[in-house]
Ligand binder design. Structure first.
Ligand SMILES: Nc1ncnc2c1ncn2[C@@H]1O[C@H](COP(=O)(O)OP(=O)(O)OP(=O)(O)O)[C@@H](O)[C@H]1O
Length: 350
């Protein structure tokens, strides 16, 4: 049977051996088969098939991460000319940001993003101090609104994310709309700034204005080496909520966050992450040998990107009241909620 095949070079950091290994990676679209060959030894490393939707073609792009049998693989290059020609045409990355006044509408804005078909591959909540804000907005240094912009962008947490899509830079700029929300309401009434923006400074979202800016801005928030800006987790009376990979993949993140905030909870920190099998096993350790779904739970948590949230409330027992909101665990539950007050441990995996 003829099967459409794509080839990539992937990297896997093998923790036990403390080394990074490179593989030729083949993905067969119809049969959902995967083959991996060790690039050094030229030997077959793995042949397996994946479930429907576990890996799809849109998941395969340079810089992306996929999880195969608990191994987090990073795609670093195309493996052959055919794949490069077919897939690289207009796939771009860009940086999106939800600015401070947008964070309380996080669920609705994320829902707008997913409804438009954008693929988010990295996401985190962080804060900019004035120096960092100066660096980020350096090009506006001489503009009359510069100080107001710095005051605003440092006034609270922001959410930054990487979008990978065809023509991501232009499509995201179109989705956010003109700088001034009142103009947006006239010329682009369905844009995100038209719907959620307040004024020309407090215009809720940002998008890189060119492919070159996108590279610089993504490197600013998601550096290829060195530390990222610290996350905003403060701990205390909080709980940890993981939006599981199948819900993230199905584009339900915005709706879930809206349900959480509409019930009166606040989001103190947020980060998208891909868990390795060893991390998922450690995270779910209390269930090992206790519930028969344990292996399935590990498999699900490593099946793709999940989103960890630090959830806060004004009650004394955030853990308990949030578990009531999440509802009983059943085979289709979208959330994983911790059972005890250890909300911040998950940030160790970041
Ligand atoms: N005339 C203005 N008065 C006040 N603030 C402004 C003004 N023009 C721009 N800003 C602020 O500076 C930011 C950067 O301005 P820029 O001209 O790059 O607009 P943009 O590209 O639409 O926005 P962004 O870079 O945030 O995506 C704007 O998003 C807005 O918050």
């Amino acid at each position: 049977m003829d099967d459409e095949r794509y080839a990539f070079v992937v990297e896997w950091y093998e923790e036990i051996a403390g080394r990074t290994r490179q593989f030729q990676f083949f993905y067969y679209v119809n049969s959902k088969c995967i083959e991996m060959f060790d690039l050094k030894t030229r030997k077959v490393f793995l042949r397996t098939s994946v479930k429907d939707n576990e890996i799809t073609l849109p998941d395969l792009f340079i810089g992306g991460s996929i999880n195969i049998l608990g191994r987090k693989l990073t795609i670093i290059d195309y493996g052959e000319e055919y794949t490069r020609r077919k897939l690289s045409e207009k796939k771009e990355k860009t940086l999106g940001m939800i600015k401070p006044d947008g964070v309380e509408k996080l669920g609705q804005i994320l829902d707008e993003i997913y409804k438009r078909g954008f693929l988010l591959t990295r996401l985190r909540m962080c804060c900019l101090d004035r120096n960092q804000a100066f660096r980020f907005y350096e090009e506006h240094r001489d503009k009359p609104f510069f100080n107001a912009l710095i005051d605003y962008i440092t006034s609270g947490p922001i959410i930054v994310f990487e979008i990978v899509n065809t023509n991501a830079v232009d499509n995201w700029r179109e989705a956010i709309g003109p700088t001034d929300p009142s103009r947006a309401r006239t010329v682009a009434p369905t844009s995100i700034r038209a719907q959620y923006g307040i004024d020309v400074t407090r215009n809720v979202v940002h998008g890189s204005d060119s492919a070159a800016s996108a590279v610089r801005e993504l490197e600013f928030f998601f550096p290829s080496s060195g530390p990222m800006l610290p996350n905003t987790s403060k701990g205390g009376n909080c709980t940890c909520c993981l939006i599981k990979p199948h819900a993230v993949k199905a584009g339900m993140t915005g709706k879930i966050i809206s349900a959480i905030t509409e019930a009166g909870f606040r989001i103190g920190a947020a980060q998208m992450m891909v868990l390795e099998k060893a991390n998922a096993e450690e995270f779910l350790e209390v269930y090992k040998g206790v519930v028969h779904e344990y292996n399935g739970m590990v498999a699900e948590l490593t099946a793709g990107a999940c989103i960890a949230l630090e959830v806060l409330s004004d009650t004394q027992n955030t853990v308990q009241v949030f578990r009531e909101l999440a509802g009983p665990a059943d085979p289709v539950s979208f959330l994983f909620v911790t059972m005890s007050l250890w909300g911040c441990d998950v940030w160790d995996y970041v």
